[in-house]
Design a protein around this ligand. Structure first.
Ligand SMILES: [Fe+2]
Length: 218
């Protein structure tokens, strides 16, 4: 990924401070608490987000829009070199939501602009039937600018996030070190389905591998 430019030095200063603090904490609860305390000041820094958006519009190197992401509205702002944490910005159009999913790490979500809704679910089946999952909605906090909500890894953090309003909204997310699982689970709670969602590069590789096998034996 591309380096943070001099003009956005304050972003680098914040991420350096977070890296130093996060490596001292031994459990996720403390890491989440620290980021939850640090994030509001960044979320309220409108000039900084204006600069980031301007960079994207002008096609500058940072943030790198060519970076492969799980979701198309996702912009990678920072990935720590030892994967201690990553920071991503999401732009949601009115009414746009992610699919329901889990994560391989803890995360803190914050609202930069307008409203962000985080809908949390609990998995209620025993996971014995492949492809089947039964979810129950447990809460749906709505975040205003400067507010945050946290998610836990795997089944403890099944959720979707999006924009409940009729203006474009901006979310900033910080994620911790991912566990070694190459996919996230994606759910359809109306159809009671669960499927694996792989990162874009791996998805393409798998698709090519499957096709290659078919071509070879044709
Ligand atoms: Fe998420």
């Amino acid at each position: 990924m591309s380096r943070i430019p001099e003009s956005l030095n304050e972003l680098q200063t914040i991420f350096d401070r977070w890296a130093e603090a996060l490596q001292k904490y031994k459990d996720n609860e403390k890491r989440i608490f620290y980021i939850g305390k640090e994030m509001p000041a960044l979320l309220m820094n409108r000039p900084l987000f204006k600069d980031i958006l301007t960079n994207i519009v002008k096609g500058r190197n940072f943030p790198d829009v060519r970076q492969a992401t799980m979701f198309s509205n996702e912009f990678v702002l920072f990935i720590h070199n030892r994967r201690l944490f990553s920071v991503r910005m999401y732009i949601y159009e009115p009414g746009q939501y992610t699919p329901i999913h889990d994560h391989n790490s803890w995360g803190v979500y914050g609202c930069v602009h307008k409203r962000i809704e985080v809908i949390r679910y609990r998995r209620e089946d025993d996971e014995s039937k492949p492809g089947y999952a039964r979810l129950r909605e447990i809460e749906r906090p709505i975040l205003e600018p400067g507010q945050t909500a946290s998610v836990l890894p795997l089944n403890d953090g099944i959720h979707q996030a999006g924009n409940p309003a009729d203006n474009t909204s901006i979310m900033l997310s910080v994620y911790g070190t991912p566990i070694r699982r190459l996919y996230v689970n994606q759910y359809d709670h109306l159809q009671n389905c669960v499927s694996k969602r792989y990162p874009p590069r791996l998805r393409k590789k798998m698709l090519a591998a499957q096709t290659l096998e078919k071509i070879l034996y044709y």
